[in-house]
Ligand binder design. Structure first.
Ligand SMILES: Cc1cc2nc3c(=O)[nH]c(=O)nc-3n(C[C@H](O)[C@H](O)[C@H](O)COP(=O)(O)OP(=O)(O)OC[C@H]3O[C@@H](n4cnc5c(N)ncnc54)[C@H](O)[C@@H]3O)c2cc1C
Length: 505
């Protein structure tokens, strides 16, 4: 390797700085080949997959967004146990190889949970176990599972967990970032309901983090992204399964202003109703070739007829174009509607803002999005949705009861609205224009919300663009506390240097 770069230099084919880069790239490539070979010899041939093999391609194809599926790593470690992850981390860090970690691969942006060669991908998808404790109070979840199969496994026990609102979304990244669930108004984030994390640290040790063992790490992991450790098991609180009332209602786009009025009234009633939740989604649908608006409704407890009618009354007063609302005990049916509306395999990006409860900013963001994407609609597969999801004060109270979060949210913030701008398209040639339109909306929304004094600084890690300043949004005291935890558990900054993807402290 040295002689190759040196000979290029000697023959004057490369400037010294370029030669140094070439030498560095070659060193990385050789290190990655060594890492993959050592991984294969120690973990076994079926645990380490190489590009071109069917197993490798199957795992790569199972990322949610097309941008993530296009990234081809040097090799892919298909871990089956915490010990596999620990062994892999020891080998990879000894070899100085860059790596990524993925659970179910639903974070949308390129490189969030995948890495281009010479990087090595650690894939937890096979670690998808669901085990219920004897007293049915705690469920142990492998990070690589998805919520649909988790709910299926819990049905026979008549219990549920604070999990995703989509069947395909992953356990690992969802809980790591927080996790908004239909149960959140009553029980907070999914991460508020973790009683124990099993974690692989930067030096390969497998430890538990809970209220008594490594309590600082336990707290940090509720906002730790790819900085503190690789979680190989989440032990979470279980709750009795109750029937759910809910579904979706579509509306004629001319009803948008009426729905937004109703949404604000509904959000203001939420503090009295921790069993209810929902969202309003306004956007452009390629299928309909038009702007579209729909609401999603969820109420836990089918028998509470009066409460739910009172909570959703204004939303239910607006006449729908379709209505799937019903009562059901199946944990998956509400989530199946999300899966149909947001299929995988396409180019996508999520982006986010957090707003105080203000009708004008919400409608303004819809109107700005309509204008920003106007030149793009009609191109292959282009659709976008601005979804407005309440974060009710009862949710933040539950977070506080569970010990608080390093993400800088508190019940003192009052009720909030979380924006998820979800964009989808097909052609790579439209990447730049779609991304520019997204940034235009987010920049406008930030500026306008600030001007109206309705911007809340928090940026939700699971919806954020890669360059949104998620950690800044947690506030300095939280970041300092997280850095202290990071320095204690990864004093050599191994994860900072080698673990790519996610958000870095
Ligand atoms: C269709 C759809 C529906 C969604 N619904 C919801 C919803 O209802 N509520 C909500 O809050 N969010 C929702 N999301 C967002 C979702 O929470 C994030 O995309 C989340 O990251 C998905 O988890 P995953 O396991 O698939 O993540 P991955 O893409 O596998 O990973 C996400 C990030 O976490 C890191 N990571 C993953 N696993 C581990 C681990 N075990 N240890 C350490 N780091 C790890 C990765 O390196 C990566 O940076 C949805 C997303 C989609 C696409």
């Amino acid at each position: 390797m040295r002689s190759y770069a040196t000979s290029l230099l000697l023959f004057g084919l490369l400037a010294p700085s370029r030669a140094a880069t070439v030498a560095h790239d070659l060193r990385e490539e050789i290190a990655a080949r060594d890492c993959c070979q050592t991984l294969q010899s120690q973990l076994g041939p079926t645990a380490v997959l190489f590009p071109g093999s069917a197993g490798f391609q199957q795992l790569v194809n199972s990322y949610y967004s097309a941008q993530e599926s296009e990234i081809i790593s040097q090799c892919r470690v298909s871990a089956h146990s915490a010990q596999d992850v620990s062994d892999a981390i020891k080998i990879i860090t000894k070899g100085g190889c860059k790596f990524s970690v993925r659970s179910a691969g639903h974070m949308t942006w390129a490189g969030a949970a995948n890495i281009q060669a010479p990087g090595v991908a650690i894939d937890l998808k096979q670690m998808n176990g669901v085990n219920v404790s004897a007293d049915k109070k705690v469920v142990s979840l492998g990070p690589g599972g998805s919520w649909g199969p988790v709910y299926d496994a819990l049905d026979p026990f008549n219990i549920t967990v604070v999990g995703g609102r989509s069947n395909t979304v992953g356990v690992g990244g969802f809980i790591l970032g927080g996790g908004f669930s239909n149960l959140s108004p009553a029980h907070g984030f999914a991460s508020d309901n973790v009683v124990n994390y099993e974690v692989v640290l930067a030096d390969g040790r497998i430890v538990n983090a809970n209220k008594t063992s490594n309590p600082d790490l336990f707290h940090g992991l509720k906002g730790g992204s790819t900085n503190l450790g690789i979680i190989t098991r989440y032990d979470v609180n279980a709750f009795p399964l109750t029937p759910k009332w809910g579904g979706s209602r579509g509306y004629n786009v001319s009803q948008g202003p009426a729905i937004f009025d109703a949404m604000i009234k509904f959000i203001k009633k939420l503090p009295q109703e921790p069993l209810g939740g929902g969202s309003v989604v306004w956007g452009y649908s390629e299928d309909l070739k038009n702007d579209t608006i729909f609401g999603s409704f969820a109420y836990l407890g089918a028998d509470a007829t009066e409460s739910k009618a009172q909570l959703f009354s204004e939303m239910l007063d607006v006449p729908p174009t379709f209505d799937t609302i019903r009562t059901n005990t199946d944990q998956q049916w509400l989530d199946s509607e999300v899966d149909v509306a947001f299929p995988g395999g396409l180019r996508r990006i999520f982006s986010t803002l957090t707003l105080k409860v203000d009708r004008e900013i919400a409608e303004g963001i819809y109107r700005k999005s309509h204008d920003a994407f106007a030149g793009l609609v009609g191109k292959p597969g282009v659709s976008w949705t601005a979804s407005f999801q309440p974060i009710s004060i009862t949710h933040l109270q539950a977070t506080e009861r569970a010990g608080g979060t390093p993400q800088g949210l508190s019940p003192k913030d009052g009720d909030l609205i979380l924006l998820n701008l979800n964009t989808v398209w097909v052609e790579e040639s439209d990447d730049a224009a779609m991304q520019a339109a997204v940034r235009d909306v987010i920049n406008w929304g930030t500026k306008e919300a600030k001007r109206r004094n309705v911007l809340h600084p928090w940026l939700y890690i699971n919806y954020a663009l890669p360059d949104q300043k998620v950690y800044e949004s947690y506030g300095k005291a939280n970041v300092d506390a997280l850095l202290k935890i990071k320095n204690k558990f990864d004093p050599k900054n191994t994860f900072g240097k080698l673990w790519k993807g996610g958000f870095k402290l």
